[in-house]
Design a protein around this ligand. Structure first.
Ligand code: ADP
Length: 506
């Protein structure tokens, strides 16, 4: 018997029509589950009748964080179509490459991006455009005149729900295909460890074209019938204000380390009431201990998690109870899925030995869109190679060491930049730091620290190197320090190391 996808929003609209589904802060609109369901049902009709969207067709969204992004997702799913949220930080040629790869039937876009949307529309005349959010919004008009879709398509869990493009930090963006079953697995795997329930109120800050923004924890919250409070774009002071405001009752949030770092450096961090947070999770990039401890001191035990677009995403997560005792660990594997750390020859690494993290299970992508060779290269016997260095300690807790590709070799010794960055973040005057390996005649490669100093504070190259010398083995010491105003980051907030290498690697 084929397992099927069932629409979550329609179910909650039946059970608790008046519960808050979403608060779209950018537009000031609040939708109950009944309203959300009605809009999605009408949008599905519009997609089918006006744009000709059929099962398997791709529907792209080009927008900042807006509730319409989720409306398109759920409406596409009711038709058995594939949702493709686009990275709005990309330039037109990059977007063209993605659109020609996945060939969407329609692109729904925010009024803010009309110029780029129209330019793209000229390159893809068969792709229908639909704008929301501004005076030229044909989206609301279309909804106002449409009836509800009579009868959703029957959709198998094995059918593709979403294509998410990788950010391209490690090559040309690839479309990760996400069948419905991956979404469901992620929901099952996340609900327990992240303490999610139907009364959860989630503050969404990560971009919705990324698996973090969609699946940690917005989609699980919609699945459970909780509420999603959506920021159009992240702002640390505003995020603190929202969490501290009892009228919102925010219980959950998730961010990459930079989110918590910038909130932690905001003047209101010390005085904001954070006691309403039941669970706050961090992951997506190496997380300096200094961030975890700063939040623990304010009573928030950040749950460190590891995931990837290809794993839909959660693979490892630390329980809240372990947040202090096992600080720095990404926790243990989720319930449904397998994880192992292997040597370069594929044999299992010993406890405490650094190897590559491999994962396997129904929460893993079946492959990249139309890229069988890239798919084949990413797997060995259904085990996905993450490209990340990790180790398991004596108690079975996983530690992500760094990306293999970011490791450099100095005098024959492996250096993982994340470890050096961890030490740098202990310097009180330091706001941001990143370490790269640069060529060196004597040692092959040596570390270079790129550092941002906090406003009104001073820090010298000697201070930075002396601090490292007191905390790290000699071969890990950065040999040079470069000061800059801000680290280049991708739209998710992760440091963009290829750009850093270009700027400071020579
Ligand atoms: P990108 O590789 O473009 O950033 P993803 O968002 O899919 O795309 O990121 C997955 C990668 O993020 C992982 O392979 C890993 O390098 C990094 N990552 C995720 N979680 C953690 C974590 N907890 N600690 C360190 N690195 C992490």
């Amino acid at each position: 018997m084929t397992a099927l996808y069932y629409d979550w929003i329609a179910n909650h609209a039946e059970r608790r029509p008046d519960s808050l589904a979403a608060n779209d802060l950018g537009s000031g609109r609040r939708f109950t589950y009944a309203m959300f369901d009605e809009r999605i049902a009408r949008l599905a009709t519009v997609l089918r009748d006006r744009f000709g969207v059929k099962r398997g067709d791709r529907v792209a969204v080009f927008a900042p964080n807006t509730i319409e992004t989720f409306e398109v997702q759920f409406a596409a799913w009711r038709l058995g179509a594939v949702f493709v949220p686009l990275n709005w930080r990309l330039a037109v040629p990059e977007l063209r490459a993605i659109l020609s790869d996945c060939a969407p039937v329609a692109m729904i876009h925010d009024a803010e991006f009309t110029d780029r949307a129209q330019t793209l529309g000229e390159s893809f005349p068969a792709m229908r455009l639909c704008c929301f959010g501004g005076p030229a919004s044909d989206y609301e008009q279309a909804l106002a005149h449409a009836g509800r879709l009579a009868g959703n398509e029957t959709v198998a869990l094995s059918e593709i729900s979403t294509i998410l493009y990788t950010s391209g930090t490690t090559g040309i963006p690839k479309g990760v295909t996400i069948p419905h079953t991956m979404n469901l697995q992620n929901i099952i795997n996340s609900t327990g460890p992240a303490l999610l329930g139907r009364h959860s109120v989630f503050l969404g800050v990560l971009p919705l074209f990324h698996t973090g923004g969609l699946n940690v924890w917005a989609n699980p919250i919609f699945h459970l019938g909780g509420s999603v409070i959506l920021m159009r774009s992240f702002d640390p002071g505003e995020a603190l204000r929202l969490i501290g405001d009892p009228a919102h009752g925010i219980t959950h949030m998730f961010g990459v380390p930079a989110i918590f770092q910038f909130m932690g450096q905001h003047p209101n961090f010390a005085t904001t009431d954070l006691s309403g947070l039941v669970s706050a999770g961090v992951g997506g990039a190496p997380t300096p201990l200094a961030i975890l401890t700063a939040w623990a001191e304010r009573g928030v035990l950040l749950q460190h998690a590891f995931g990837m677009t290809e794993t839909s995403p959660i693979v490892l997560i630390l329980d809240k109870e372990d947040a202090i005792r096992k600080v720095g660990s990404a926790g243990k594997p989720i319930l449904h899925g397998q994880v192992k750390v292997v040597r370069t020859d594929g044999s299992p690494a010993d406890r405490n030995e650094i190897g590559e993290l491999w994962v396997k299970g129904d929460h893993i992508t079946p492959g990249y869109w139309q890229k069988p060779e890239a798919t084949a290269a990413a797997f060995t016997d259904s085990w996905l190679h993450t490209g990340d260095a990790a180790l398991v300690d004596d108690e079975g807790y996983y530690f992500i060491v760094d990306r293999w590709k970011d490791m450099y070799i100095s005098g024959g010794e492996n250096v993982y930049p994340a470890e050096v960055e961890n030490a740098l973040y202990q310097i009180p005057a330091l706001a941001e730091a990143c370490v790269i390996g640069v060529a060196d005649k004597r040692w092959g490669e040596v570390g270079r620290a790129i550092v941002v100093v906090k406003p009104d504070m001073t820090l010298t190259e000697e201070d930075v190197i002396a601090h490292c010398a007191a905390n790290l083995a000699r071969y890990k010491l950065p040999h040079s320090v470069v000061f800059t105003d801000a680290l280049p980051r991708n739209a998710t907030g992760k440091v963009h190391k290829p750009t850093l290498r270009q700027m400071f690697g020579a």
